[in-house]
Write a protein that binds this ligand. Structure first.
Ligand code: IMP
Ligand code: MG
Length: 174
């Protein structure tokens, strides 16, 4: 495992993300909507850096896939989403890879009638995008490597690491 983004760099970038979100949503009814499970670390750091009134909600996306990034059928659970009608929403996820997850979530959330909808991710994997939508905010662009930590998992492990690390090909089970 090799550290790709140090903890201090992440914290700086999350502070900048908070500044941008605050600038764009000041004096608006804001709900930060975190995507389970990968966004939990980013979500908890981000909301504590947002010095403004806001609400927090959760939405769940799970795909019946293998351990890494082979795409499975995506299941979205909106049962945890609070009432967001007429509110500004910023959807928070860990990583934008092909973009299918964010595209699908965006459609689901739009159906709940927010007054506006933006998306923010910690990581954006370069050259993998397969959808037209792109995140409104992102912290880091990264090369096409499999990464873990700061919410991101490999087979449900490593989410608790405070930094982003990339796994070697030899670390991946097949
Ligand atoms: P997308 O739908 O292809 O954009 O994939 C997004 C989801 O795939 C993320 O929310 C992650 O759960 C997972 N994912 C994609 N790349 C990685 C990675 O490098 N490490 C861990 N999870 C990843
Ligand atoms: Mg995941």
């Amino acid at each position: 495992m090799q550290i790709l983004i140090e903890e201090t760099k992440i914290q700086e970038a999350v502070s900048q993300l908070a500044t941008s979100i605050a600038r764009d949503h000041r004096d608006r009814p804001l709900t930060i909507l975190g995507v389970l499970t990968g966004s939990i670390v980013l979500l908890s750091d981000l909301i504590r850096k947002l010095d403004m009134p806001l609400r927090v909600g959760l939405i769940q996306a799970s795909s019946y896939r293998g351990a890494t990034t082979t795409r499975g059928k995506l299941h979205v659970n909106t049962g945890l989403v609070p009432d967001i009608e007429g509110r500004d929403i910023v959807l928070i996820d860990d990583i934008f890879d092909t973009g299918h997850t964010l595209a699908r979530l965006t459609n689901e959330v739009r159906g709940l009638n927010p007054s506006s909808l933006k998306s923010a991710v910690l990581l954006w994997k370069d050259g993998r995008q397969e959808v037209e939508l792109t995140p409104d905010y992102h912290c880091f662009k990264i090369p096409d490597r499999f990464v873990v930590g700061y919410g991101l998992d490999y087979d449900d492990d490593f989410r608790h690491l405070p930094y982003i690390a990339s796994l070697e090909e030899s670390d991946l089970k097949n």
